[in-house]
Design a binder for this molecule. Structure first.
Ligand code: NAD
Length: 321
């Protein structure tokens, strides 16, 4: 029997990550893109470590492992992992903490500019040759001096604020776990009360994890008090915004628009009424999908496993279970 450590890579990653394992004689690995529970139970049974992207890692799968010591999330959110089973089995959970904040922050700016500059409508006008009605086109919106609320001032929130400063926006942050001083040092103002704060915002961007406290944090009751020109961006997790409420509010012209990278169910069902709403700008959970970021995440997810077994894994990359 081989004394090499066996790593299961659930969902393919960038080859630069794979190459780290290929060049390390202490490890062997297998990649699986078959996400059926029975397949994962079988594959995980003799593994020492797992790298996983967005697939669900259920308690059934985790409990099928006989010697699993480390789960390495390719990304930073870990709502797809059964944390109770990971804890019960004394497994360490690690994330690619430093890899994707810039990519997500850029994606938020990309969505925000596309919505405020009415990219889809204007692009269509040119493509259909409909120039004569130019003055009848609705106006675009400037970001200059507009109020933005960053909900969740962690790694991504801190990257986003730098980009918003470039556009000379007034920046506010809601995060009960981050001090006023930290937020002010980054050039923002801390707000204590979310439902009050949203009423004077032009942009609201979500960067909190999905959990019992953040689920449906943006709902109809909150949206109905927002400014009519408000744009909401969700590049965090589906479920943080209540999708039915958002759609209703957009259809009632309560706010200007929304940018959604993530959904309650992914991929988004083709019958979902959100798809009929042209005030929503979509991307398919690709905020961190830049070439550069995929390389960083691919390398980091594997390096975290190796660092764990070498007892060198940084504390900041370990999730307390
Ligand atoms: N769309 C994508 O591809 C993509 C990529 C990366 C991350 N994400 C999502 O973005 C989230 C944020 O990522 P990050 O790296 O900035 O995480 P992070 O842990 O560094 O920051 C999250 C922040 O949210 C705050 N927070 C927690 N609960 C809160 C609450 N109830 N109200 C307000 N603030 C609260 C925390 O204090 C923390 O500062 C992740 O949890 C993940 O779900 C999505």
């Amino acid at each position: 029997m081989s004394d090499k450590k066996k790593i299961l890579i659930i969902q393919s990653i960038h080859e630069e990550g794979i190459n780290i394992l290929k060049n390390n004689s202490e490890y062997e690995f297998e990649i699986t893109d078959n996400l059926d529970e029975e397949n994962l139970k079988l594959k995980i049974s003799d593994c020492d470590g797992v790298s996983i992207r967005t697939a669900k890692l259920s308690s059934g799968v985790i409990n099928s492992s006989k010697k699993l010591k480390v789960i390495s999330r390719h990304g930073v959110g870990y709502d797809n992992i059964d944390l109770v089973s990971a804890k019960e089995n004394n497994i360490t959970l690690t994330i690619t903490a430093t890899a994707n904040a810039v990519a997500v922050a850029e994606h938020v700016m990309f969505m925000l500019l596309n919505i405020s500059k009415r990219k889809d409508m204007y692009d269509k006008t040119v493509r259909t040759g409909n120039f004569t009605d130019r003055n009848k086109l609705p106006k675009t919106i400037e970001l200059w001096k507009k109020n933005i609320l960053i909900v969740g001032f962690g790694r991504i929130g801190k990257c986003l604020i730098k980009r918003c400063k470039g556009f000379e926006m007034n920046i506010f942050a809601y995060d009960p776990f981050i001090s006023k001083e930290t937020i002010e040092n980054f050039g923002g103002k801390k707000v204590e009360n979310l439902s009050e704060a949203v009423q004077s915002m032009d942009v609201i961007s979500l960067h909190v994890p999905l959990n019992d406290k953040t689920k449906n944090i943006i709902n109809y009751d909150l949206i109905k008090n927002m400014r009519k020109n408000c744009i909401i961006i969700n590049a965090a997790r589906g479920g943080i915004i209540n999708e039915v409420d958002l759609n209703k509010a957009l259809n009632e012209n309560l706010i200007f628009g929304a940018g959604l990278d993530v959904f309650e169910t992914e991929p988004l069902n083709q019958n979902n009424p959100l798809l009929e709403n042209d005030k929503i700008f979509f991307s398919p959970h690709t905020a961190a999908f830049t070439e550069e970021c995929m390389i960083r995440m691919g390398r980091e997810t594997i390096q975290n496993i190796i660092d764990f077994f070498d007892k060198k894994l940084e504390k900041s990359k370990i999730i307390k279970l």
